[in-house]
Design a protein around this ligand. Structure first.
Ligand SMILES: Cc1ncc(C[n+]2csc(CCOP(=O)(O)OP(=O)(O)O)c2C)c(N)n1
Ligand SMILES: [Mg+2]
Length: 604
C-alpha cells in the first residue's frame, strides 16, 4: 500500500498491542501534539485523514504534553503510552525536558519531533540550527542523551526499522523511557510502498523475567542469615504489580518495608510491616530500622540519593544488599547480590525459598510499634488547623476527601517530601509523585495523563505556586477535553522548599520569595477552571466535597504558612556548602556539612 512515511508510522502505531499475563490492550492511548511547519503537512495530515486511528489531543506546551504522556504511562504501569508530535526547532526542544523526565523515571513516551529537510535544499529552514562543521546535526540531537532509543528517519522506508525498534524499547521493562524518532519534514510527506504485514496488529509480550537460580539461592541464604532485614520498595514493585506478592512475603517472613517515592503504595499505609517513606524524606520508623538493618532488599529501586539519604540511611557497618530489578544497572548497585528479574515473579520464588523462616518476634514487634508511632505523628500533623494553614493540614484534608482508589499527583517543591511522609496510601495506584526528575510544572499535565488513563478514579493535583507558574497552560487542555481534575493550589508565596534549604546552608532564603502582588486563582479562572478560594481547613473540606460532585476542572486556592514545614526525621541530604565565605552562617553550615559527610558510605 502506498502511504506517506507519516501515514505509515501513524497506522503502525495505532495497531500496536501490549500483553502481560495474558491480558492485552492497545498500547497507544492517543497522540498529543502542537503543529508547526515541521509536522503539519506530514503527521498532521496523517492524523487528520484517519481520526479514528489515534485520538489526537491538542496541547499548549510541548514540555507539558510529554508530562501528560508520562502521567498516562505511569498510571498504566507502563502498559500504555502516548505519542507526542511537535514541529521543528523550539517545539522540538521544548520536549527535551519531558524526555529526560520520562527516561529518568523509566516511563515510556514516544516523541516524534519534526526535523529539518533531509533534502537540505531549503536550508536553513525557519528555526534550523546551523553547525559550521557538521551537516548532519539539528537541535534534535539534544534528545540523544535523554532518549533510550533515538533515530532520525532520513528516508520513508526507514520508518519500518525505526518503528519496530521504538516499540521494542518502549515495551521493555528494563530499557523503557523516552523514545525519539526525529522526522524530517519533507520525509514525513514522502510516499513509499508499505508492506501489509507492517500495518497489521502486532502484540508485544511483556515478560516476567525469572532470576538466575544461583543468585536466588544466594539471596535466600543471605535473607535467612539476616536478623534485621529491610525491604526498600521502589517503583518496580508497583509497575510489576507485585504489591500482593510483597504483602504475602512480608506476612510470611515479618520483613518490614520502607517505601521510595515511586514505590509508595507498595503496601497499604496501615499494614503492620509498612514503615512508610524511607530516606531523606522518610519517617522515623523507616529511618530507624534502616539505620540498623543488616540486610537491605531493594526491589525495583534506583537507590536515588533521597532513598539512601545520600548514602547515610544504612549505617550498620555490616550491612549488605540483595537487589531485585529488571535493569542490570540497578540490580548491581551497592555491591548487591543481583537478581536481574521481574519483581513479582522473584518475590513468589523467594517466598518458596524462605519457607519456614521468619524474623524474630522482637524485631517484628519493634517494627509494628514504630509503624504505629509514626501513624500517631501523621495524625498530629494532619490536625494542625490554626491560620495560616500548615501544609500538613492541607494534605490531611485532601487525604480525608479522597477515596482509597483516587490518585494524588505532585512533583516538586516542599509538597513531595511532605506527601512521601504523610499521605496515607490505600491503593497501589493512589500515589503519583514524580520524583525522579522532580520537575516543577509536571503536576497539572501529569494529572491530565493520570485521569485519561484511569477515568474511574478522581485525581487530586497538589501544586505549589512556583510549580503552577511554570506551566499553567495545560489547564486549558483539561478544560477543553473535559478532563475532571481537582487541583489544590498551595500558595506560600514562593519557593518554600528551596528557601528553607537555603537557610539551612546559611544563605537566608536568598532569591526564593515571591514579592509581587499576583492572583494565581484569578489566573486559573481566566483559563477556564472553576475556582474556589479556601481560607481555613473547614473551607477547604467544603470545597473538596463540592468538587467531588462537580465535573471539569476545579482549582482550590489555599494560602499556607511558608515558615511552618514538616520536619525531617533522622535523615540527611547531601547539598554542598561553600567551603569559604564571609558569612558566619555559611561557615557554621559548612562545619556541620563536613561533619555530616563523614557518615556517607560507599557500600563496596
Ligand atoms: C523545572 C524546575 N526548576 C527548578 C527546580 C528546583 N526547585 C525545586 S522545588 C522549587 C520551588 C518550588 O516552589 P513551589 O512550587 O512554590 O513549592 P514550595 O517549595 O513553595 O513548596 C525549585 C525552584 C525544579 N525542581 N524544577
Ligand atoms: Mg511555593
Amino acid at each position: 500500500m502506498r502511504l506517506t512515511a507519516a501515514q505509515a508510522l501513524m497506522r503502525f502505531l495505532s495497531a500496536q498491542v501490549v500483553e502481560r499475563d495474558g491480558e492485552s490492550r492497545r498500547f497507544f492511548g492517543g497522540c498529543f501534539g502542537i503543529f508547526g511547519h515541521g509536522n503539519v503537512a506530514g503527521i498532521g495530515q496523517a492524523l487528520y485523514e484517519r481520526p479514528d486511528q489515534l485520538r489526537f489531543i491538542p496541547a499548549r506546551n510541548e514540555q507539558s504534553m510529554v508530562h501528560a504522556a508520562v502521567g498516562y504511562a505511569r498510571q498504566l504501569n507502563r502498559l500504555g503510552a502516548f505519542v507526542c508530535t511537535s514541529s521543528i526547532g523550539p517545539g522540538a526542544t521544548n520536549m527535551v525536558t519531558g524526555a529526560a523526565l520520562a527516561t529518568v523515571n523509566r516511563l515510556p513516551v514516544l516523541l516524534v519531533p519534526g526535523d529539518v529537510f533531509a533534502s537540505r535544499i531549503p536550508d536553513p529552514v525557519l528555526q534550523q540550527l546551523e553547525v559550521p562543521a557538521r551537516g548532519d546535526v539539528s537541535v534534535n540531537d539534544c534528545f540523544i542523551p535523554v532518549s533510550r532509543y533515538f533515530d532520525r528517519i532520513e528516508r520513508p522506508e526507514q520508518v519500518i526499522p525505526a518503528a519496530l525498534a521504538a516499540m521494542r524499547t518502549l515495551t521493555s521493562p528494563a530499557e523503557t523511557g523516552a523514545v525519539t524518532l526525529a522526522f524530517p519534514q519533507d520525509v514525513q510527506a514522502e510516499a513509499f510502498d508499505v508492506p501489509d504485514e507492517f500495518l497489521e496488529e502486532r502484540v508485544w509480550h511483556v515478560p516476567r523475567q525469572l532470576p538466575d537460580a544461583a543468585a536466588l539461592r544466594a539471596a535466600a541464604a543471605a535473607i535467612r542469615g539476616a536478623r534485621r532485614p529491610l525491604v526498600v520498595a521502589g517503583g518496580g514493585v508497583v509497575y510489576s504489580e507485585a504489591t500482593e506478592a510483597l504483602r504475602a512475603l512480608c506476612e510470611q517472613t515479618g520483613i518490614p518495608v520502607g517505601e521510595t517515592q515511586a514505590g509508595k503504595g507498595s503496601l497499604p499505609y496501615d499494614h503492620p510491616s509498612n514503615l512508610g517513606a524511607v530516606g531523606a524524606t522518610g519517617t522515623f520508623a523507616a529511618n530507624r530500622i534502616a539505620a540498623e538493618a543488616d540486610l537491605v532488599i531493594g526491589i525495583g529501586t534506583r537507590y536515588s540519593d533521597f532513598t539512601t539519604a545520600s548514602k547515610t540511611a544504612f549505617r550498620n557497618p555490616d550491612v549488605s544488599f540483595v537487589n531485585i530489578n529488571v535493569a542490570e544497572l540497578d540490580a548491581a548497585k551497592h555491591t548487591a547480590i543481583a537478581l536481574v528479574a521481574d519483581a513479582r515473579a522473584t518475590l513468589e520464588q523467594l517466598g518458596d525459598a524462605l519457607h519456614g523462616w521468619s524474623v524474630g518476634d522482637e524485631y517484628r514487634a519493634e517494627c509494628a510499634r514504630l509503624a504505629g508511632e509514626w501513624d500517631d505523628e501523621v495524625t498530629r500533623l494532619y490536625a494542625l488547623d490554626e491560620a495560616p494553614l500548615a501544609q500538613s493540614a492541607v494534605i490531611g484534608a485532601v487525604n480525608a476527601a479522597a477515596r482509597p482508589q483516587d490518585v494524588v499527583v505532585c512533583a516538586a517543591g516542599s509538597m513531595p517530601g511532605d506527601l512521601h511522609k504523610l499521605w496515607r496510601t490505600r491503593d497501589p495506584k493512589g500515589y503519583h509523585v514524580e520524583y525522579g526528575y522532580s520537575c516543577m510544572g509536571y503536576e497539572i499535565s501529569g494529572g491530565i495523563g493520570v485521569k485519561l488513563a484511569a477515568p474511574e478514579r478522581d485525581v487530586y493535583v497538589l501544586v505549589g505556586d512556583g510549580s503552577y507558574l511554570m506551566l499553567p497552560g495545560e489547564l486549558v487542555t483539561a478544560v477543553e477535553q473535559d478532563v475532571k481534575l481537582t487541583i489544590v493550589l498551595v500558595d506560600n508565596r514562593g519557593y518554600a522548599s528551596i528557601g528553607s534549604l537555603s537557610r539551612s546552608l546559611g544563605t537566608d532564603g536568598f532569591g526564593t520569595a515571591l514579592n509581587a502582588e499576583v492572583d494565581l486563582a484569578a489566573n486559573a479562572a481566566s483559563l477556564g477552571a472553576h475556582v474556589v478560594r479556601a481560607e481555613s481547613i473547614a473551607e477547604l473540606r467544603d470545597a473538596l466535597e463540592a468538587a467531588k460532585g462537580g465535573a471539569g476542572v476545579t482549582v482550590i486556592a489555599v494560602a499556607t504558612d511558608r515558615a511552618r514545614g514538616v520536619p525531617s526525621y533522622e535523615s540527611w541530604w547531601d547539598v554542598p556548602v561553600a567551603e569559604v565565605s564571609e558569612a558566619a552562617t555559611v561557615r557554621a553550615a559548612r562545619e556541620e556539612y563536613e561533619h555530616a559527610k563523614l557518615a556517607e558510605r560507599r557500600f563496596l
